[in-house]
Design a protein around this ligand. Sequence first.
Ligand code: FMN
Length: 505
Amino acid sequence: MLPSASPAPPVFTLAGRPLPPIVQGGMGIAVSGWRLARAVSMLGHIGIVSGTAIDMVLVRELQNGDPNGRLRVLEDYPDQAYVSWLRDTFYVEGGKAADAPYKLLPIHKFGNPTVRSQQALAAAMYTEVRLAKEGHNGLVGINLLAKVKRHTLAALLGAILADADLVVMGAGIPIEEAEALQKLAAGEAARLRLDVDGAAATDGPFYYTLDPSAVVPGYTPHPAPAFFPIVSSDALANILEKKIVPGGFAGFIVEHHTAGGHNAPPRNKGVDENQNPVYDRRDEANLAKIAAMGYPFYVAGGYGSPEALRRAWAVGAVGVQIGSLFSLCDESGYPDNYKQHLIREIHLGRAKIRTDGRASPTGFPFKVVEVAGTLGLPELQRKRTRICDLGYLQNAYLDGKGKLQGRCASEPVDDYVRKGGRAEDTDRRACLCNGLAANIGLGQQQKWGEEQTFFTGGDDLVNLPLGSAETPHYSAADVIDYLMAAPVAPVVSGDGAAVAAPELA
Ligand SMILES: Cc1cc2nc3c(=O)[nH]c(=O)nc-3n(C[C@H](O)[C@H](O)[C@H](O)COP(=O)(O)O)c2cc1C
């Protein structure tokens, strides 16, 4: 299907349609939820829902009385026995009491995952994609973090069942995932290799496996969505091209380290005195080399302006993937009062972005919004009581009996050390699971109080061109209109010559 054989300038298609210039980037947890993806998709661009922790979103929403009508969407889900269990176990008519804690799903296991955990994920992903696809024919994709291995296969299965058009995956090197996507779509069991802390080569290899027909009884083959890995360098794009199964990917998203969310670590491994990453010229992907590979690609990270869109076109990209601007628009998953607070503080010059080398337990740099009233302020983060009750970012390790278990550098330090982890690895770690759940209004009521928010955004978020301190809101359509506005300056190609911006389809 991709790329097409057309002469330059290349015209790439997906699901029979020309690829549009804007991808609304996947933003977890549920910041790019179905409402945002649907809005962007209906405007003719690509809407991406996040698959990260989507099972948690589903069961918490059911406990809030199912405000998004997910049980209705599940009426045509192929596994009605599971849907009944889900309803009986989590649905609370009218919603739980505000101060009651959410009932939790068991933490997804590494060794022998329970089919029930996989069912929760598949059903949740299904609802998210189906909601995003309702009432239009636009392109809708899902975003997953390759690093979060245990949750990938079931989320892919749910997306396949819901006819997602594409899968975008970063935070890792998704070679096996590309093959797994093909296998799952074909109804075959798939597996991903697990990295296990401290395991000797002779202990492994260790795999996480999923059999579609065990998770969704009666599963029949479906078309596979197109696969777009996220890369930070032309070198990685080259590796993926060589190692991914033939036909296993459609194109690339090339993400710069200014992007919101997790970032690739610097190639020089440089850190400053606060152990935050220091990037240099080696971290700039060679876009000309990527263009020469002949696949469609989008550029991401700091491309949230009409000039940047023209710059992207000038280097041969199909367009841009935008996160930060969409993260604060009316349709994003943050509650309105949080968005208004963030937009106001940004316009008043009171928000800062730091690229934090320690915050994420994954070890990847993570962009943190430092803004009043949130755990982005280090002094508030330090005071948070540690708990690991969601476990999405746990790493696998072998316990004394040689059994695969999970541990997270953001869990209580004593627990982490008891599980064989090093105390220094827990320093300054934040709990992304609970913080990001709080960001979308699904924060847990812990025994000691409610989990607090912890926002992320790209370096450019502080120069927000939309909304104002007086009118702290704007829509997804405003973002698109802004990006597609006529360029204010001529686009200049690499050799300094002015070039015309390509016509839009
Ligand atoms: C709030 C937020 C959450 C994000 N979460 C994810 C994520 O879960 N997975 C991912 O691949 N990228 C994530 N990103 C990155 C976006 O998909 C996108 O590539 C990036 O925001 C583009 O750069 P920009 O922030 O300068 O627009 C996130 C970005 C933001 C702002």
